[in-house]
Ligand binder design. Structure first.
Ligand SMILES: [Zn+2]
Ligand SMILES: [Zn+2]
Length: 419
């Protein structure tokens, strides 16, 4: 078994819902528990507001100024051109003051990614005069400490983040992209910077290119690497950008992808947690009246107590069936079955409020009906294997034969499940 980059405990093999992860094989978006952990604040996503910055509305794509090399084909072409593309690109700064290292942008330690859009490290914004000369009127800093940039009329966004795989950048990408779009719509040159200019700023810039130029993660990253050959974001950011791509380059906190991500982030920290963050739990369906989006309800088969809604189900791709269990059997007895995964006999769901007392302080256990105590399934923070062979981490598993599906009334419209 090829081990992927993150989060393997016990002997479990984890496979992701998502295609690929760190790109090193396996498809494993679980975080690396062995890495130093940093809480980038995703648990307070939405309430987090950086100092001194007013809210930027997301802009339509049309608001983006036309940029050279903004098609996927052009990006691929840039990839072939290699390093020389940097000095051969049309450049706002370059047009004014020549090419190469003599441009104001280069003199200020910035690399031009697109006209009026720059990448840089700590040195890039050291001199306010350099920013002004290069036409930079907005600076997005992704760093541990807020920079002391003082320039009149300079718009700034500071995103506190360490360059570590555990840092939650994903939850901040929408805000970062909106800031850059807004500044560009105002005709400002924009600098995206971090400390070294190779990981955090590159990750944010990659997200910006993915979103505004409809590039895949790989294409956008590759394009940046032709401009900054030292660009190397950490594997946690790579994984997060792939999730960003899976969400259509817009962070949807109600999506299964994001919920799974949030759960995995909590799992990294779980053994030390005293309390589970409340936003982790889906509202108990017995405490709220059904809304138009509450399409299908799942009830205890024995006592009919409402347990969860279909929007709480974290779908996964079916695993490879019996072959996926081969590691549990002696090799010679391995059945040669292929292409016919066993059906999933469980729903894997996000935690629901009624589960909370059972989850605290233990790594695994049973999930019992809160009303009649019937056994519904089990949970395991390290993950469990579905009957189809797929590992889900962490796992909150409800056996399908213990619950009944109750469809929405026709008046509420056809059942739709948020993917
Ligand atoms: Zn399954
Ligand atoms: Zn029950």
């Amino acid at each position: 078994m090829k081990r992927c980059c993150r989060f393997r405990r016990r002997d479990h093999r984890f496979e992701a819902d998502f295609d690929g992860c760190c790109g090193k094989g396996g498809g494993d978006p679980a975080p690396n528990a062995a890495e130093p952990r940093v809480w980038g604040g995703f648990l307070s996503a939405g309430s987090w507001d950086p100092p001194g910055v007013r809210a930027e509305p997301a802009l339509p794509r049309a608001a983006l100024p036309p940029a050279a090399g903004s098609s996927e084909g052009a990006a691929a072409q840039c990839g072939r051109r290699g390093r020389s593309s940097r000095s051969s690109r049309p450049s706002v700064a370059g047009a004014a003051a020549g090419r190469g290292a003599t441009t104001p942008a280069a003199a200020a330690g910035m690399l031009q990614v697109r006209p009026g859009l720059y990448l840089g490290g700590a040195a890039a914004a050291a001199e306010p005069g350099g920013l002004r000369e290069a036409g930079v009127g907005a600076v997005l800093t992704v760093d541990a400490e807020e920079p002391a940039l003082q320039a009149p009329d300079l718009r700034q966004l500071f995103v506190p983040a360490l360059d570590e795989p555990g840092t939650d950048l994903l939850s901040r990408l929408d805000r970062c992209v909106a800031f850059v779009l807004q500044a560009r719509a105002e005709g400002r040159g924009v600098l995206v910077r971090c400390h070294a200019g190779v990981s955090r700023s590159v990750a944010v810039m990659t997200a910006f290119l993915m979103k505004t130029e409809q590039l895949s993660f790989e294409k956008a990253y590759e394009n940046l690497q032709t401009i900054q050959p030292a660009a190397k974001m950490n594997e946690g950011f790579e994984w997060q950008l792939k999730l960003y791509q899976a969400m259509g380059c817009e962070v949807d906190t109600s999506s299964a992808v994001y919920k799974q991500y949030r759960l995995q982030k909590v799992t990294e920290k779980y053994p030390e947690l005293r309390n589970l963050p409340q936003e982790l739990f889906a509202v108990d369906p017995t405490t709220v009246s059904p809304g138009p989006n509450d399409e299908v309800l799942y009830k205890c088969r024995k006592c009919r107590r409402s347990l969860f809604r279909s929007s709480s189900i974290l779908d996964h791709k079916e695993g490879s069936g019996p072959v996926a269990f081969a590691h549990k059997r002696p090799a010679p007895a391995l059945p040669r079955i292929s292409g016919s995964p066993a059906p999933c006999t469980s729903h894997f769901v996000e935690p629901v409020q009624w589960m909370e007392p059972a989850l605290l302080g233990v790594m695994d256990g049973q999930l019992l009906c809160p009303k009649c105590n019937a056994k519904l399934g089990s949970f395991n923070w390290y993950g469990e294997q579905c009957s189809c062979g797929r590992w889900i981490t962490p796992a909150f598993q409800i056996h399908k034969n213990r619950v009944d599906e109750v469809k929405a009334l026709p008046a509420l419209g056809p059942p739709t499940r948020r993917a």
